[in-house]
Design a protein around this ligand. Sequence first.
Ligand SMILES: O=C(O)C(=O)Cc1ccccc1
Length: 299
Amino acid sequence: MIRIALLPEGTVSHEAIKYLLGDTPCELLFYKHIADVFQAIDKGQADYSVIPIENTIDGSVSLHMDWLVHEVDIPMQAEWVYPSIQNLIGHRSEFLGDQDKLDLSKVVKIMSHPVALPQCKEFIQTFAPQAELESAGSTAEAVEIVKHNPGKGWTALGTKLAAAKHGLDILASKVTDHDNNFTRFVLIGHQPVKFSRTPEGQRTSILVTPPQDFPGALHQVLSAFAWRRLNLSRIESRPTKKQLGNYYFYIEVLESLQSVLLPAAFAEIEALGCHVRILGSYPSYKYVEEAIKPILKEH
Ligand SMILES: O=C(O)C(=O)Cc1ccccc1
């Protein structure tokens, strides 16, 4: 049975992998910190790891992208999107005002994963602007901390699954500012893997590092894709961390590495003096709203 490392039970990552797996049997291994999720494969504890890499509202999860690039060398084997539905969670009795009505002005602190907090900015500003915000390793960890600190006015943004697991109350449900709030996840591992869901297509992710002082570098790199009519789904520059002003480009192409066009494009980019590192060529799984209903019903 395949072993999959991910953030703790009740996180968005947990819901997301259940969605991707469907009825594929596997062993889920929960880790408190994303660093441990990344390292589980190299330590021989897991075959795959679940990594959130991009969010509709907040963009790239830079910390995770940097881990993928700098700290590990494990290819991407699948990608999929999953909606991120956050709820305000706490001990209801601490927030009761007149006539036992919920009074969120009593909220002292809101804790969550750094990706979840900005997703709920408008909600916080409208209903609990006084609250101190604090980051946690995951949404589920925030919920657990709140459980162990009753009487302090602390709350967490997290899933219903986490609230149920820790016996806390949902003070406000679906508090994300936008309904179309999706997170893109990748599954990294050394072997390809297939799921029963239908892939929407194939993607290839690469990292292009231009040589220093290369005028028009990005223009020339992109033209290698453009004239071959290769569609890009994402491009992002990140610091190489070696020298101020030096960047590499993370590029996602809507094409498999098996196609003749892609290796030819990479060869052209390399001929410009750029370094090309392939981060993975993998199926992209379609988001089917119907398929998440059984997952959300579980909690
Ligand atoms: O902390 C979690 O629940 C995670 O899985 C990370 C995360 C947080 C918010 C949106 C998507 C993923």
